[in-house]
Structures are given as structure tokens and as C-alpha cells.
Write a protein that binds this ligand. Structure first.
Ligand code: GAP
Length: 460
């Protein structure tokens, strides 16, 4: 079972402290969201799981954390200043601003009118100014990055030299990106501030196509490894007309974000993109390439980002394969996929988040069965303290046991541990499994090993 729609997740997310509407006490801010105590854990676990898979479990990837505000010339030569825009139209009837490429039959979705202005490009980069200069000083203009990728390209030579890498190798980065989206919406699916997990994999030209395919398969596999059902994932080959200015081929991994829609085709949207960016980026930021008249294509760059292959004595610009995923969209997909409803013995409906244990915000909840018995409370708290250096564990005595179980089920905690009178005598506790609701008596001394053996990883 998965969530029937995004709205179900919006209310669960607020109720259980995953995601709150931002700035709510001042009336909110369109499409801005804050991650609560459970949301930050889930989002950190998604990022750490990706980083572990992408960087630690491979031999050919380095990490990087570049600035959000870069020299404006980066965005000039990357092509974003000229082309990173959406076609915008205004409805003359109700004055709504719309994306021309998302209209159904050329109609305004707000009032149904077809009296729309001609499309015009609207650049999505957020502008700001650096330093204590006048706001209209063009020299102080900078942008918040709309993708983390460019920070990697401009550091290509730095990483290559300091890590003594040879092709093929990749550089991974996780961080915030900003786009002044014309039509943000659908909860955390499309926002103006979001997080990306991107990796730029540098290869010899000619090897790009097969490596691209390998990354498409590997990324699909990664999403299933963190618990997404392959029924809710599919590959989408971007048609030529949709390709970004730098791409030779791009395949998106789409998720069934809108299962409530009748038409199957409209149920899917992008979770990540895997692009073959060719040698566009390294070339465009290099000082050497020239046009036919011998004029430098980039007269501002002070470096050449070509690669010298010692073995073949060849110099060339590597091609780039780029798996680019959104943290927030992954969080949304993970929540939708984990959403399950189950009826208990009393006929009451319970929500269970069947999150992959790697991603669960809390791994173990320790619950005393008698909170007015100091020995039981002390033992429960000491069990929590024993677990906490190696995994996220919590102690909770703020309700009856049924309520405590239900609360943990709703946030996806894989194990609930109850401490009772018997525990004081036999030094054992009861462990209840989130998914089966089965209970098992386990010696306290073996609890940590018990949990470790059932989780793929703890303390992600
Ligand atoms: N460097 C390539 C690049 O940025 P993209 O397809 O524009 O490619 C990659 O972005 C991923 O970032 C998307 O697949 C999506 O998951 C996420 N993303 C992009 N725009 C977003 C937005 N406005 N809100 C949330 N996530 C977004």
C-alpha cells in the first residue's frame, strides 16, 4: 500500500513533526516548508544513505561542498543567464501568471480563459547583491545557485590535482539550490528553495554512452534499495525538444507522485534526472577553446579544464555523466511509499510508516509500562542511554502503551521496547516489531546486538 495522495502525507507530516508550512504565524510563505524533528532526521538519513552509496561504497568518487553564491561569470558561461528560464504567460482575464509549457489546451487553469499574453522567458535564478554597495550596482549582482553542479565543474582541476585521480572518476555534492519557480506547489515536490544530491562523473569521450546507461540502472536500483517499490518508479527518456542546452541524452527516474489521477500518464513526475552533459561544462569554463576566427570562447577564465592522459599522451575535455536527485522529492516519495494503514484488534485504523530502517528517524523507542515505578523508569532510561551512542533512540512515557505504539508506528520506528516489572527480575525486555506487531522477549544485554542484526545500518 502507498499513500492515496500527497494530501494524506501533508497532514501526517504536520501531525507528526516531519514538515510544517513555513512562517505560518505570519500567514505563511508560498511553497516554503520547514522540516521538524522527524523530518530533519529522515532528510539527513536520505542524504547520508545516498552519500554512503555514492561515495563510501565506491572507489571512484570524491566529495565536495562548494559555495552557494559563486562569481556571476560562472552562470554566464554555464548558459544559465541566457537560457535558464521558463516561458511565462499572463491571463488577461484574471491576471494569473502561468507557465506556457504546462497549460492544458492553452487555457488558464484558474478561470478557463484562453485570452493569454504571448509567452516570454522568465529567468529562474534568484538575484541578490554582495557587499555594502548600491542595489543597482551591476557589479555587485550575484545569483543563488540553481544547481550544485557548477560548483563541481569549476573545481574540477582542484579535485583532480589534490586527489591524484585518473579518469573515470566522479565528484559528489549535496546542498541547497534555489529557483524562482513560476508555479511551485504539491507540498515539497516543487519549491523555490530545495536540496539536491548531484554527482558529476568524468569519462573519456566515447565511453560516455555506456557509462550513462550504467548510472541510469544504478540509480534506479538505489531507489529500490531504500525501499521504494519498483511499481511506483519508471524511466522516462526526455525527447530532444525537452533536453537542457548542455545535454546529449537525459533519462529521468519518475515516481508515481499522483496516484489519485485517473490517467496513468499524469500520475508520474520527475524524481531525478541522469544526463549526459558531454564536454559542454568543462569546455565552457576553460580559457583555451576558440571559435573559427581564433577568438577565445571564454575570455574571462584563467584556467584550462582539459585532462591529460599520461598513458595515451592525449589531452581532451572529459565528458560528464550527471545523476542529479532532489532530497525533498526523495523524502516525499519515501513517505508516500511507506504509508500503510492497518486495523488493530479493536477495529481501529492505524497508520504505519513502513520506512526502510536506514531511513527511519528513530530506530528504537524505549517505553516503560509503569511510569510511576521509579525502578522501571530508571531501567528504561538506562537502556535508552546504552543505545544512543550508536543509534537514534528515544524514551517516551507520555501516554498509555497503545498510544505510544501508535505514535511510533506513525513515524516509522522499527522497534519498540517495553520495560515491565518482570524486566527488573529477569533482565529482559519485550521488543515489538513495527511491521508484524509481533513481540519477542530479549535479554537486555543482547538488545543492541538484536537491533543491529535486524537493521542494515544503524546510526546512519
Ligand atoms: N544539475 C542538473 C539539474 O539540476 P534538474 O533536473 O533541474 O537537473 C535535479 O534537477 C533534481 O533536483 C530534480 O530531479 C528534482 O528532484 C530536484 N529539483 C529540481 N527543481 C526542484 C524544485 N523546484 N523543487 C524541488 N526539487 C527540485
Amino acid at each position: 500500500m502507498t499513500a492515496p495522495n500527497i494530501e494524506t502525507i501533508v497532514s501526517l507530516a504536520k501531525r507528526r513533526g516531519f514538515v510544517y508550512p513555513s512562517s505560518e504565524l505570519y500567514g505563511g510563505l508560498g511553497s516554503a516548508w520547514d522540516y521538524g524533528p522527524m523530518g530533519i532526521e529522515l532528510s539527513n538519513n536520505v542524504k547520508q544513505s545516498w552519500w554512503r552509496w555514492m561515495v563510501y561504497e565506491r572507489d571512484d568518487i570524491e566529495g565536495l561542498d562548494s559555495s552557494i553564491i559563486l562569481n556571476r561569470l560562472v552562470w554566464k558561461y554555464s548558459g544559465h543567464e541566457d537560457t535558464f528560464s521558463d516561458p511565462l504567460v499572463d491571463c488577461r482575464e484574471c491576471n494569473t501568471r502561468l507557465r506556457a509549457d504546462k497549460l492544458d489546451n492553452g487555457k488558464c487553469p484558474n478561470c478557463g480563459s484562453t485570452d493569454l499574453t504571448e509567452p516570454r522567458p522568465f529567468n529562474l535564478m534568484f538575484q541578490t547583491h554582495v557587499g555594502a554597495t548600491a542595489e543597482d550596482d551591476p557589479n555587485s549582482l550575484v545569483y543563488l545557485r540553481p544547481e550544485t553542479a557548477q560548483g563541481i565543474f569549476i573545481n574540477f582541476a582542484n579535485v583532480l590535482t589534490t586527489s591524484r585521480r585518473k579518469l573515470p572518476f566522479g565528484v559528489a555534492q549535496i546542498g541547497k539550490s534555489f529557483r524562482n519557480e513560476v508555479t511551485p506547489g504539491n507540498f515539497i515536490f516543487r519549491t523555490r528553495e530545495f536540496e539536491q544530491m548531484e554527482m558529476e562523473y568524468f569519462v573519456r569521450p566515447g565511453e560516455d554512452e555506456s557509462v550513462h546507461q550504467e548510472w541510469i540502472d544504478a540509480c534506479f536500483q538505489w531507489f529500490t534499495s531504500i525501499g521504494l517499490s519498483s511499481q511506483n518508479l519508471r524511466l522516462y527518456e526526455q525527447p530532444k525538444a525537452e533536453l537542457a542546452h548542455y545535454a546529449k541524452r537525459t533519462v529521468d527516474i519518475q515516481y508515481r507522485f499522483f496516484p489519485e489521477r485517473d490517467e496513468d500518464e499524469r500520475q508520474w513526475d520527475e524524481l531525478m534526472g541522469i544526463a549526459n552533459r558531454t564536454d559542454f561544462d568543462l569546455k565552457t569554463h576553460s580559457k583555451k577553446p576558440e571559435n573559427e576566427e581564433g577568438k577565445r570562447l571564454n575570455p574571462d577564465s584563467t584556467e584550462d579544464l582539459s585532462y591529460f592522459d599520461e598513458a595515451t599522451k592525449e589531452r581532451f575535455y572529459p565528458y560528464v555523466i550527471e545523476p542529479a536527485a532532489g532530497v525533498n522529492r526523495t523524502v516525499l516519495a519515501v513517505l508516500m511509499d511507506a504509508y500503510t494503514e492497518k486495523t488493530n484488534d479493536k477495529g481501529e485504523k492505524r497508520v504505519i510508516l513502513k520506512l526502510h530502517p536506514d531511513l527511519a528517524p528513530i530506530k528504537v523507542a524505549v517505553l516503560p509500562l509503569a511510569k510511576n515505578k521509579p525502578e522501571i523508569v530508571a531501567l528504561a532510561k538506562s537502556i535508552k542511554r546504552t543505545l544512543q551512542p550508536s543509534m537514534r533512540a528515544v524514551y517516551d512515557d507520555t501516554g498509555g502503551i497503545g498510544k505510544l505504539y501508535a505514535r511510533q508506528d506513525e513515524i516509522g520506528t522499527p522497534f519498540c521496547v517495553t520495560v515491565d516489572h518482570q524486566s527488573l527480575e529477569d533482565n529482559a525486555i519485550t521488543v515489538r516489531d513495527r511491521d508484524t506487531w509481533e513481540q519477542e522477549r530479549v535479554p537486555i544485554a543482547e538488545l543492541e546486538r538484536y537491533v543491529f542484526s535486524r537493521l542494515k545500518r544503524v546510526g546512519v
